[in-house]
Design a protein around this ligand. Structure first.
Ligand SMILES: [Zn+2]
Length: 215
């Protein structure tokens, strides 16, 4: 029998100090060269605490989801989260400029969470994921394309593709999502040129269509 949420939380509470903080120090990850912060003076926030239910996510009620809003097409430079590619079952959107050379999100055209995807949509996601990784990693400024499914913010299934800048070993691995906020944002025209490069390769490999005109 798998342990309950209460049992898990009890072990977390037992590890917290009298202020409700977990100790910082001794964890291997703090010594990694990819950890973005100096450890001196670092302390954990109070928590985590167990709540009664999972917090609601955006789009839990489909009528409040972004996919029910007006057209998502438009110039990417002015329309953040513009769709840049659309194919069988899926679209790819571009994130606002950030430290990463390019951040893309793939989501199903239909309002579906991951556990509701049909086998055909799942198969199409697999092909899209492989094609996107290949295309993003072909960008000259990119060393790796990280793929993340988190899903805590929105109920409409979505997968993140985060380009990790080339030849900067400190940016490797899971902390790239933190570095993404620390690094200076790329200019919108650089992001758009990178997105156009990726979309051109996607269309060549998977078909579908470029949705938004990019540089
Ligand atoms: Zn939706």
């Amino acid at each position: 029998m798998p342990e309950s949420a209460e049992e898990y939380a009890a072990r977390v509470v037992a590890a917290q100090d009298r202020d409700g903080r977990l100790p910082v120090g001794g964890q291997e990850v703090l010594g990694w060269d990819v950890f973005p912060f100096e450890v001196d003076g670092l302390r954990a926030k109070v928590g985590p605490v167990l709540v009664d239910v999972e917090p609601p996510r955006r789009g839990e009620d489909p009528s409040g989801c972004h996919c029910r809003e007006a057209a998502m097409e438009g110039p990417a430079a002015t329309g953040d989260w513009a769709a840049v590619w659309e194919g069988v079952g899926w679209r790819v959107k571009v994130a606002p400029p950030s430290g990463s050379p390019l951040v893309l999100v793939a989501e199903p055209l239909e309002h579906l969470d991951v556990d509701a995807l049909s086998d055909d949509l799942a198969a199409a996601l697999g092909r899209l994921q492989v094609a996107l990784v290949g295309a993003v990693e072909a960008l000259p400024s990119v060393g790796r394309c990280h793929v993340l499914r988190l899903g805590d913010g929105g109920a409409h299934a979505h997968v993140w593709f985060v380009a990790r800048p080339a030849r900067m070993p400190q940016l490797r691995g899971s902390f790239m999502v933190v570095w993404d906020d620390l690094l200076p944002p790329v200019p919108a025209e650089v992001r758009d040129a990178n997105a156009a490069f990726v979309v051109e390769r996607l269309v060549r490999r998977l078909g579908g269509r470029a949705v938004t005109a990019l540089a």
